[in-house]
Ligand binder design. Structure first.
Ligand code: NAP
Length: 308
C-alpha cells in the first residue's frame, strides 16, 4: 500500500526547497518530487548577487545545491523525476511518477515558471554570458554597457527603464509598431533619453561564442538585416507557469498562474498550497520564492494540526 505522508512537495526551486527545509525541520517527513531538471531557474544563472547572506555572491547552481543539502540534512527525501499526474480530489492528495504513487495529506506545489526564449541559435549557451531574462538579477553586471531589451509588454518596458540605471544605452526591440504595455510604462520608457526604440524589429541572430558581442536585427516588415552592438540581451517576452498538471484542477488566472488567497499560499483546494513563481508573476525572485515556500510549509503544518 502507498505510504501516506504529511507533505508531498512538487518542484525543487527555491520555493520547493525552502518548503522542504521547513517541513522537514517540523518532522513532517516531506518527499520532494524534484523533476529531472531540479533546482529551477537558478540552475540557468551564473552569479547570484542579491540573495541575502552571500556578500561575495554565489553561483546559482551552488545556491540550489546548498538548499537541497540543507533539506536532506533534516530528512527530506527526493524523487528525481517529473510528476506526470496528480489527484487533488481529496486529502491524501496523490502524485505519480510513472506507476509510482506518492500520497500526502497536504501538497505544496512549487513547479515554477519558465521565461520564454527567442529560440535563436546559441541563445541557451549565452545565458549568464550576456543573455538574461531578469533585469533585477543581472542589470548590475552591465554598467556602461550597451543593452538590447526584447518585448513590448509591461515587463520589457519596466526592465528597459530599470536597466538605464546601469547601461550607457538601451535599445528596446519590439516586433510591432505599438507596445502592449500600459500607458504609464510607455510614457516613462519613451521619455527616457537612454532608451531608443526599434519598432517592427526582431532579433535575428546573436554574435559571440563565449559572450555576447552584438546582435543582428531583422525588420519584420521588409526582412532587412542590420547589426547592433550589444553586450547584453534581456529577453522580456513573458513567462509560462508550469501548471499543465493542474489545468483542470486548481483555479488558475488568465495567464495560467495558480491563484492563491491574499497574503497566503492557499489554493482553491483545501490542503493544497502553491509557492514560488508558479503563483507569482509579479516579483519572480529567488528570495520571494523562498519566502512563499516558507509560508506554504507553515500553512501546511497548521492545516495538518487543524485536520488531525
Ligand atoms: P506580456 O504582456 O505577455 O508581453 C509579452 C511581450 O513580448 C509582447 O509585447 C509580445 O509582443 C512580445 N513577444 C512575445 N513573444 C515574442 C517573441 N517570440 N518574439 C518577440 N516578441 C515577443 O508579458 P509581460 O510583459 O511579461 O507581462 C506579463 C503580465 O505581467 C502582464 O499582465 C503585465 O501587465 C504584468 N506586469 C505588470 C507589471 C507592472 O504593472 N509593474 C510589470 C511587469 C509585468 P506582442 O505585443 O506583439 O504580442
Amino acid at each position: 500500500m502507498t505510504e501516506i505522508r504529511d507533505v508531498v512537495i512538487v518542484g525543487s526551486g527555491p520555493a520547493g526547497l525552502t518548503a522542504a527545509i521547513y517541513t522537514a525541520r517540523a518532522n513532517l517527513r516531506p518527499i520532494v518530487i524534484e523533476g529531472f531538471s531540479s533546482g529551477g531557474q537558478l540552475m540557468l544563472t551564473t552569479e547570484v548577487e542579491n540573495f541575502p547572506g552571500f556578500p561575495e555572491g554565489i553561483m546559482g547552481p551552488e545556491l540550489m545545491a546548498n538548499m537541497r543539502e540543507q533539506a536532506v540534512r533534516f530528512g527530506a527525501e527526493f524523487v528525481t523525476a517529473n510528476a506526470d499526474r496528480v489527484d487533488l480530489s481529496s486529502s491524501p492528495f496523490g502524485a505519480w511518477v510513472g506507476n509510482d504513487e506518492y500520497r500526502g495529506r497536504t501538497m505544496i506545489i512549487s513547479t515554477g515558471a519558465t521565461a520564454r526564449m527567442l529560440g535563436l541559435e546559441g541563445e541557451a549557451g549565452l545565458i549568464g554570458r550576456g543573455v538574461s531574462t531578469c533585469a533585477t538579477c543581472d542589470g548590475f553586471f552591465f554598467r556602461d554597457h550597451e543593452i538590447v531589451v526584447v518585448g513590448g509588454g509591461d515587463s520589457a518596458l519596466e526592465e528597459a527603464t530599470f536597466l538605464t540605471k546601469f547601461a550607457s544605452k538601451v535599445t528596446l526591440v519590439h516586433r510591432r509598431d505599438e507596445f502592449r504595455a500600459s500607458k504609464i510604462m510607455q510614457d516613462r520608457a519613451l521619455a527616457n533619453p537612454k532608451i531608443e526604440v526599434r519598432w517592427n524589429s526582431a532579433v535575428d541572430s546573436l554574435v559571440g561564442e563565449t559572450k555576447l558581442e552584438s546582435v543582428v536585427l531583422r525588420d519584420t516588415n521588409t526582412g532587412e538585416l542590420s547589426a547592433l552592438s550589444a553586450t547584453g540581451l534581456f529577453i522580456a517576452i513573458g513567462h509560462d507557469p508550469t501548471t499543465e498538471l493542474f489545468n483542470e484542477v486548481l483555479d488558475l488566472d488568465g495567464d495560467g498562474y495558480i491563484i492563491t488567497a491574499p497574503s497566503s499560499t492557499k489554493t482553491s483546494i483545501d490542503g493544497v498550497f502553491a509557492s514560488g513563481d508558479v503563483a507569482d508573476h509579479v516579483y519572480r525572485q529567488a528570495i520571494t520564492a523562498a519566502g512563499t515556500g516558507c509560508m506554504a510549509a507553515i500553512e501546511a503544518e497548521r492545516w495538518l494540526a487543524a485536520n488531525e
